[in-house]
Design a protein around this ligand. Sequence first.
Ligand code: SAH
Ligand code: SF4
Ligand code: F3S
Length: 460
Amino acid sequence: MAHRHLTDAPPHRRLHVITWGCQMNVYDSARMADVLAPIGYAPTADAGEADMVILNTCHIRDRAAEKVFSELGRLRLLKLARAQAGGRMILAVAGCVAQAEGAEILARAPYVDIVLGPQTYHRLPEMVAQASRAAGAVIDTAFPAEDKFDHLPQAAAPQGLSAFLTIQEGCDKFCSFCVVPYTRGAEQNRPEAAVLAEARRLVAQGAREITLLGQNVNAWHGAGTDGTPASLGRLVRRLADIPDLWRIRYTTSHPRDMDDGLIAAHAEVQQLMPFLHLPVQSGSDRMLAAMNRRHTAADFLRIVARLRAVRPDLALSSDFIVGHPGETRADFEATLALIRQVEFAQAFSFAYSARPGTPAAASPGQVEEAEKAARLQELQALLREQQAAFNQACVGLTVPVLFTGPGRHPGQVGGRSPWLHPVHLTGPASLIGTETRVKIETARTNSLSASLPEQERACA
Ligand code: SAH
Ligand code: SF4
Ligand code: F3S
């Protein structure tokens, strides 16, 4: 019988990860791949040939969970085909649906091998070993005492020119409608030194833009390198000292936590991009109170005015919910009025979806589905108009674009404007990895196309 030595290369296995939900899930999916790399898993784009498939799920709205079950149905057939061919596919469900509905997943889809929550993925190798040995599923949706970030491998696959970095996780705000405090647990802040070390590593691996992630990223108050609790404003300034880090972003913020230090950072740190996603949810104070948002519409407008005063080119994005329990036509109109006043560069908007276990789900005054759909349409029409106007206003400007890869068509390169627009340009591949000033020629709904100004064309 052959014995494996520690020096033996791990077996070659293929991993396919499907990700739904927010950017934190995108980050988590990459970390799960990092954790599995040392035991031999390399990514594959083809679920059919995978030895392990992970569904990293989102629970934020109803249809999100339904998508998981329909995907599981499809994967069951692939898993059966693999078994008939004498192989084995390990099927894992991770993320927020796993956290909230682990038992239900196993009841509805008993062919799932592993169910794990967002706080336990550092234990994946153990779970895989257990699942490989035993029949029956492994379930780990604990909120462990140890910090998963301390148990993740240092050697991570490079994320490329634009990287994510989770600095904070979980949420203590308990908005009436939201599952995040239940699926992600209590707010946890990574220490400043750990964040700076990870940022330096990302930059050494080639990142030129870092987006700091957290469910309430601007509430971050990790232990500072000098022992005092740090704030996001200070962290941004420290990150700006890292040579070769050209762009800093953060998401998602809460209006309650936009403090003076952070607003000042927007004024003074030129690496901090002039784009802010700041969810307001509603323009009606009555609804904001019912949602437990702990700010008013006027508070939000004041923050926007202060930010724009110090950073006039700041573009704003937001999240809106229509049809929260108790929302009247007048409440909805207050939201439209706020949107007209602010003029958003883009925004996400959703019909309220009742989530089991949240206070709003049990509230009286649930709004009819048809009414929610009609309000959502009206709101989205206004937001679309504002987005088109913002994009159109970019035409003719010369703006720095961080080129991150090939464009949509052959001969094109693609990147991002300071305001997060995808930008396409016909030009040499040598632009990839540079931040280059280009002229915006045309605006589409979700992207811009650009050309190289004369002098750049001469150099390229
Ligand atoms: N942490 C962020 C957002 C988290 S979820 C914040 O505090 O704003 C992303 C967005 O999904 C929310 O901003 C909200 O607009 C939307 N959302 C959350 N729960 C929802 C629900 N039950 N129904 C509809 N939309 C919801
Ligand atoms: Fe959810 Fe509110 Fe926390 Fe955002 S602040 S994650 S909406 S509970
Ligand atoms: Fe979804 Fe969980 Fe993110 S519910 S939005 S994946 S925190």
